[in-house]
Design a protein around this ligand. Structure first.
Ligand SMILES: [Fe+2]
Length: 313
């Protein structure tokens, strides 16, 4: 298939790279064409991966010491103590010129209610801030030094698709604040105040989560379907376009550290050209099928049964 070359430098200033590509292609139809071939659980767990979790965990902790951890930034100038981490990718042309390891922990242009991503729960179609802004996921295309550290770097090297917006995230249970809610039902309107958010659809940015250090008090919830403790050393994915949140169910002096990796399923990156091209999966293979066929992480597939999933309906 012949794809035009989409150079980052040709992207108009008012658009993020992916919004520009969407405007130049039949992306919307491509998403409709690529129906999943398999029926997958809402919370997807991968099976088959073989990796040394303790070596990865050790490298993550070392990298935190070497490169620092950064609190979630918003436009009030403060960084959060409850949600911290470091970036695994960065954009060399970032408009705010943030330290590369801090560049995916919020932004001075994010408002307080935009929790962990560009989309708030209340406003799923919020306008993006354009080229080289925090929202410009495909511009976060270079690996940070921390992302290459020892076993962490070797693990990330094994994925076969371009790494985009990705970070090591750490949540402190002792500082859970508004996220430390016990017994709140999904029907409770107060949920909007407690970290519910949506990220990009999986066609744009397919996320894979690896819990590194955690505790059963930390749970991941997906609206109306999932309330689960994600176990360390297992790889998870889900439709991040659905409202979801991480929470601490009690104030506890524990930390939850996850690798949050995001991949480009349908665009290949050409480093020498600073450009992307549509690949052979575009409009043909749903990103979950790509996960299931080992096209994101070779040697893995989607587990058919997921013991973690708890129905809330
Ligand atoms: Fe998220």
């Amino acid at each position: 298939m012949n794809s035009p070359i989409f150079r980052l430098s040709d992207c108009p200033q008012h658009l993020t790279f992916i919004d520009w590509v969407k405007s130049e292609t039949d992306w919307h139809d491509a998403e409709s064409r690529a129906k999943p071939r398999g029926k997958y659980p809402t919370l997807i767990e991968l099976e088959g991966p073989d990796f040394d979790m303790s070596a990865i965990g050790g490298a993550v902790v070392e990298a935190m010491g070497l490169y620092g951890v950064y609190g979630w930034a918003t436009n009030d100038g403060a960084r959060s103590n409850g949600y911290v981490g470091f970036s695994l990718t960065y954009n060399p042309d970032h408009e705010e010129g943030i330290d590369v390891h801090a560049s995916l922990l919020g932004s001075g242009r994010l408002s307080k209610d935009e929790y962990f991503a560009r989309f708030t729960y209340q406003d799923a179609n919020a306008r993006t801030r354009g080229k080289n802004s925090y929202d410009d996921t495909y511009a976060f295309r270079k690996r940070t030094p921390a992302s290459r550290h020892k076993a962490l770097g070797a693990f990330i090297d094994r994925f076969s698709r371009p790494l985009l917006r990705s970070r090591v995230s750490a949540m402190r249970g002792s500082l859970g604040g508004q996220q430390a809610i016990v017994g709140v039902k999904h029907t409770d309107p107060k949920r909007c105040d407690a970290g519910w958010h949506r990220d990009e659809p999986v066609f744009l940015h397919l996320r894979v989560n690896l819990p590194v250090i955690t505790h059963p008090s930390f749970r991941t919830q997906i609206e109306d379907t999932v309330d689960a403790f994600l176990e360390p050393g297992r790889l998870y994915s889900w439709d991040t376009d659905l409202p979801h949140r991480p929470i601490a169910t009690e104030r506890i002096d524990k930390v939850r550290i996850h690798l949050v990796l995001g991949f480009s399923p349908w665009l290949d990156y050409l480093e020498e050209e600073q450009a992307y091209v549509l690949n052979e999966y575009y409009g043909r293979l749903h990103p979950f099928d790509m996960l299931n066929e080992g096209l994101i992480f070779p040697g893995t597939r989607i587990a058919t049964k997921n013991s973690m999933e708890v129905s809330l309906t």
